[in-house]
Ligand binder design. Structure first.
Ligand code: PDD
Length: 281
């Protein structure tokens, strides 16, 4: 496997950055994950726009322009022969003597990127069965709309989910509303067939996949309500699912052990709206 580090293509196993790197010391960096489907970068435009926004919000200057970034990502897909998988791209505030304040002007930012293959059939098999989720308090900082590598609450939530036999953790804010998943956006289909998801404000990472699903839903004539929902509303919903670049649309069939949209606990199964949206996506 070949990775890209600050202008060079290097063997993944030997790729590295300085121990003075700001991302290592302070989580001072941003990232994107872009799905590769049949060798193509999915929604590249949206991901690059969000990367540029994250950079602006943190006053980070990307070391490469957009055309060069696009080129590097294509090189990684080609050199690693990725058909299905993702490209990971990270930009940090560079390596400098450890001071909380920004490094001296002119310190180059760090750019790391790599590509990874995954088995598309495994994702499909998982989606046909659906996955479980648990709920945990949303203890993140107040700017989760910026896609930073500062992901400790997400890491802890996801680990808690794994240990509970679940695939995702839904983050619940102090008012009892589900904001999003630890690494995905959260959705329900209510009993009237309408889609509900948290508004794309500063309390969630507004997903590129989320934006695409909103488009698909509108094109299919599915009513969409961008309004936060509670855990109780999820238990009363017809369906629930998550969205993200690597998960695409993934049905949630149990939340905190309780089946979604079913009366019998033995037959928790994905619903038609979730599976239809996945197929369309
Ligand atoms: N995560 N919310 C959070 C907190 C996320 O980390 C992600 C994506 C999303 C979905 O965004 P998008 O549809 O643009 O992928 C929502 C990526 C995949 C990750 O961290 O691996």
């Amino acid at each position: 496997r070949v990775a890209y580090v600050n202008g060079r293509y290097v063997r993944h196993a030997e790729a590295g950055v300085s121990i003075d790197d700001r991302a290592f010391l302070f989580s001072d960096g941003i990232y994107e994950v872009i799905e590769i489907y049949q060798g193509a970068l999915i929604d590249e435009r949206g991901h690059l726009d969000r990367l540029a926004r994250s950079a602006r919000e943190l006053r980070l200057a990307p070391p490469l322009g957009e055309a060069a970034l696009r080129f590097v990502m294509r090189e990684l897909v080609a050199r690693n022969r990725v058909q299905f998988g993702h490209v990971y791209l990270q930009i940090t505030r560079g390596a400098a003597r450890r001071e909380h304040t920004f490094p001296p002007a002119g310190t180059p930012t760090t750019l790391v990127a790599f590509a990874r293959s995954h088995d598309p059939d495994a994702g499909e098999a998982k989606a046909r069965k659906g996955v479980n989720a648990i709920t945990v308090p949303d203890i993140r900082w107040k700017r989760p709309d910026i896609k930073t590598v500062s992901l400790l609450p997400n890491v802890l939530a996801k680990q808690q989910a794994k240990e509970a036999g679940a695939y995702e953790a839904w983050l619940v804010n102090a008012d009892g509303f589900v904001t999003e998943g630890a690494s995905s956006n959260a959705w329900i289909v209510d009993k009237t067939g309408a889609l509900r998801t948290h508004p794309g404000d500063s309390s969630i990472l507004s997903g590129i996949t989320r934006a695409r699903i909103l488009e698909i839903a509108r094109a299919k004539g599915i009513p969409v309500i961008e309004r936060a929902f509670t855990v109780a509303e999820t238990h009363e919903a017809a369906e629930a699912f998550i969205s993200g670049a690597t998960t695409l649309v993934m049905p949630i069939v149990r939340l905190d052990g309780r089946p979604i949209g079913q009366t019998s606990s033995e037959c928790a199964a994905p619903g038609p709206v979730s599976l239809g949206l996945r197929a369309c996506f």
